[in-house]
Write a protein that binds this ligand. Structure first.
Ligand code: R5P
Length: 295
């Protein structure tokens, strides 16, 4: 077998699920944490020419070093091609030096990860000031999107939905989801004053129609962007909005914050596994990876 899949920073269940969809064997990897806090990685099997590595990279700092050890070890032990599958690609939001002296961590993270893989496959990365992954990643990039599935989910599960993006950055996802599902959409304006301090404004012409608002954003992190949007919409007479996030980073207790703000429901994809994930992206990943097998 020339292609195998292994666990870079995921669960063995998720790796098995992707392997089954691709009809590929799993290469076993053993991770070890030494008493001094250092990590050890062992590949328990013969390294194939092509290794697909699944890494769930929310909370990336603690996962990055063991992943780097695995990728480098795969290369040293004979992998000719390494495909890193990171359904959620972290560090993309720090895409400029917002304050003097700040590190542009998206670039540094890309510089660290790029030499360790040949191809990087991801879903809806936060491409805002960058337009293509290749602007910062030297590895070949494959950008997939869950927007169509988000639009379908809204059409099938919400009565008379209107998709709403909280800020201009969300337009790319909201517009694609709405056009695919043939739904109306609206993009609002956001001013961020701090990590947990955002202000949302609705257009002066906003009319609470008989639609149910479905907020769509790429990332729900602290949840404050969506919570403020929920409050602003309800204050303007809408029905309780449904919140849909592609990447459930869920720093702090974001879902609680959203429900307390008045959301009807919080739903996400499973780019980051979590209890509220109703939209499955594994088939999207599998379809893209199927083309690249070396058998
Ligand atoms: C940034 O523009 C992103 O698209 C999200 O709107 C943002 O990351 C959400 O963060 P939080 O949930 O912390 O407000």
């Amino acid at each position: 077998m020339k292609t195998m899949i292994c666990n870079g920073a995921s669960s063995s269940q998720r790796v098995q699920m992707l392997a089954a969809q691709l009809d590929l064997p799993v290469l076993q990897v053993e991770l070890h944490r030494y008493p001094d806090g250092e990590s050890g990685v062992r590949i328990a099997g013969e390294v194939p020419p092509h290794a697909i590595v699944l890494a769930d990279l929310a909370l990336p700092d603690e996962k990055f070093l063991p992943l780097a050890f695995l990728l480098d070890n795969l290369r040293e032990l004979g992998a000719k091609r390494i495909t890193l599958v990171a359904p959620y690609l972290p560090y993309m939001r720090q895409d400029k030096r917002f304050r003097n002296g700040e590190a542009v961590t998206s670039r540094t993270f890309a510089k660290l990860l790029s030499p360790l893989c040949d191809r990087l496959v991801t879903v809806d990365p936060h491409l805002h000031r960058y337009h293509r992954l290749e602007e910062i990643y030297a590895a070949e990039g494959t950008v997939l999107t869950a927007a169509c599935r988000v639009g379908e989910w809204a059409r099938e599960n919400v009565s008379a939905p209107i998709l709403i993006g909280p800020d201009s950055e969300s337009r790319q996802w909201v517009e694609r989801a709405a056009r695919h599902a043939n739904l109306p959409f609206l993009v609002l304006e956001k001013l961020r004053h701090g990590d947990r301090d955002v202000q949302i404004s609705l257009p002066g012409t906003f009319q609470p129609a008989s639609h149910t608002p479905v907020l769509v954003d790429d990332i729900i992190s602290s949840g404050h962007t969506m919570a403020e949007t929920v409050r602003a919409l309800i204050a303007n007479g809408t029905a309780p909005p449904v919140c849909v996030g592609v990447h459930a980073v869920f720093a702090e207790s974001a879902p609680d914050l959203l429900m307390k703000a008045g959301a009807a429901r919080v739903v996400t994809t499973n780019t980051i596994p979590n209890e509220l994930a109703c939209i499955d992206v594994l088939p999207i990943l599998a379809e893209s990876l199927r083309d690249s097998h070396i058998r």
